[in-house]
Ligand binder design. Structure first.
Ligand code: G1P
Ligand code: ZN
Length: 543
């Protein structure tokens, strides 16, 4: 094996965010850019000589080219074996499943999640550790640190690997095994859910549609829902992964999954609709003429987990990211299990899952998951819902309304101000932080501030501290507003404002959230002087 040592220099701005490094494709295509980051990952790790690396991506533009480079670098750096999905494909949860099942050293996943793909769009790279989850902050910091001093990378001279046929080949001294990206994941799902019951449901009058958004979950959903569980062909919409996602924005929300939303709102609406994102870790759940917010979805799954074989013994605990609504907290309270509040980003759930402190977790940003893997999992959430629907024999709407009647409804909304000037955005957050001390006791409209802080998280397992995770302003009675800057945007800054209040009275559960939260929304805008500081009178996206 001939290893080439290529001289290089640090490239500015290779700081991985909450979900790895995300940049425009053309940034990744710059000389040494990808290579520098990959070598920085390897240099930041120890003990991988001869070990197995899992490799794959969501199939977006530049996936195949990048994989061939990474294969040659993995060989040069001394990995013993790479497991790679056929076609270079793996959904994020399936990669996590494979890392865990085959006891791999880790995985390199190529995706920019729900961001658009194509030559002028986004690409990304993320390192996952042996537990199967995204690298914790110590590791991403070490990768960044290394990228600032890198002076060489290692690569072998070898022909490209044929990624389209299953089987073993060799790159230098390293084995490469092209495996079916669906098989191991499908087996895990079969183990967690009552597939006989799901088949019976899907064979009956029940109808559903799953929108794979031209992204990675197409092959998974077709194999599991249509082939294995017998849902009629066509149940999976936009089921073929395309390098540019067909020009669509593969983010499962009410805006970007509009065809699905129209179907579920239409005259012959199916009973159930769901969608997943670019790399398959997010999910959106819809009933007939009914949208389930991700925060409510987490709470409903937690409340009904005992109905599902994989969780029938009950939950160890639950966790949600700090800005996620507190709906699941009420379920945890009733079940007498702990509920953890973590910073935004899936990686913060990893330690809690490994330590068996929690079983289910989720984020408001359409992410839900459990201890079965260490990524959030779109299709898993869909199968979980189907299992609950099959067991309860009620509609999605009936289940959610019954949930609100029992636990109260957490009215919730997120307002995003996108691509704003980074300095102005930071200025807005800094100004809020400076005023935290003077807020308690202040009366704003009918609300009085109870307390306010800049969220800091101490991991209960390893005691690591993550500070500056978002400004919380909590009012007497528990209503709250949270402000934070996105860690995943690729243009300027995105300000996210999360607004929430609990409504115990079932008579009041029929409102539209924007109406139910009207006063808090305007308090949130005034308090942070959003228009004055950013020039934006209205958010770009309301969820
Ligand atoms: C967003 C979501 C966050 C999620 C992340 C990766 O991050 O808010 O919950 O973990 O994408 O999917 P943000 O852009 O807010 O930093
Ligand atoms: Zn994703």
């Amino acid at each position: 094996m001939t290893i080439k040592t290529v001289s290089t220099q640090p490239i500015q701005g290779q700081k991985p965010g909450t979900s790895g490094l995300r940049k425009k494709v053309r940034v990744f295509q710059q000389t040494h850019y990808l290579e520098n980051f990959v070598q920085s990952i390897f240099d930041a790790l120890e003990g991988y000589q001869g070990q197995t690396l899992v490799l794959g991506g969501d199939g977006r533009y530049y996936n195949r080219e990048a994989l061939q480079i990474i294969l040659k670098m993995a060989a040069a750096n001394g990995f013993g074996k790479v497991l790679i999905g056929r076609g270079g494909l793996f959904s994020a949860p399936a990669a996590s499943c494979v890392i865990r099942k085959y006891k791999a050293f880790g995985g390199v996943l190529l995706s920019a999640s729900h961001n658009p793909g194509g030559p002028n769009e986004d690409f990304g790279i993320k390192y996952n550790i042996s537990a199967g989850g995204p690298a914790p902050e110590q590791v991403t910091n070490a990768i960044f640190e290394r990228s600032q001093h890198i002076d060489r990378y290692l690569i072998v001279d070898a022909p490209d690997v044929n990624l389209d046929s299953l089987g073993e080949s060799q790159v230098g001294d390293m084995k490469v095994n092209v495996i079916d990206p669906v098989k191991d994941y499908a087996e895990l799902m079969e183990h967690l859910f009552d597939f006989d019951r799901l088949s019976a449901l899907l064979a009956g009058n029940f109808s559903m549609r799953f929108d794979a958004m031209n992204a990675i979950t197409g092959p998974y959903a077709r194999a599991i829902l249509e082939e294995r569980l017998g849902a009629p062909p066509g149940t999976v919409m936009r089921g073929t992964p395309l390098p540019d996602f067909g020009g669509a924005h593969p983010d499962p929300n009410l805006v970007h999954a509009h065809d699905l939303v129209e179907l579920l709102d239409g005259p012959n609406a199916p009973d159930f609709g769901a969608a997943s994102d670019g790399d398959g870790d997010r999910n959106m759940i819809l009933g007939r003429h009914f949208f389930v917010t991700p925060s409510d979805s987490l709470a409903v799954l937690a409340a009904n987990a005992h109905l599902v074989p994989g969780y029938h013994r009950g939950l160890n605990g639950v966790a949600r990211s700090m800005p996620t609504s507190q709906a699941v907290d009420r379920v945890a309270e009733v079940q007498g299990i702990p509920c953890y509040e973590t910073p935004t980003g899936w990686k913060f759930f990893g330690n809690l899952l490994d330590a068996k402190r929690i079983t289910l977790c989720g984020e408001e940003s359409f992410g839900t998951g459990s201890d079965h893997v260490r990524e959030k999992d779109g299709l898993w959430a869909v199968l979980f819902w189907l299992n609950v629907l099959a067991k309860r024999g009620e509609s999605v709407e009936e289940i959610v309304r019954a949930h609100w009647a029992r636990f109260g409804r957490n009215y919730y909304t997120r307002h995003d101000y996108e691509a704003i000037d980074s300095e102005k955005a930071q200025g807005l957050i800094d100004a809020l932080r400076d005023r935290l001390g003077e807020l308690p006791g202040q009366t704003l409209g009918t609300y009085t501030v109870d307390w306010a802080d800049d969220f800091s998280y101490t991991d209960p397992v390893d005691n690591s501290v993550s500070s500056h995770q978002g400004i919380r302003v909590v009012f007497k009675g528990g209503a709250r507003v949270v402000y934070r800057l996105s860690g995943t945007g690729t243009e300027g800054a995105t300000l996210r404002v999360y607004i929430e209040r609990h409504e115990p009275d079932p008579q009041q559960h029929g409102q539209d959230p924007q109406t139910a939260l009207q006063e808090l929304i305007s308090i949130a805008r005034d308090l942070a002087q959003i228009e004055g500081r950013t020039g934006r009178a209205e958010p770009d996206v309301i969820t």
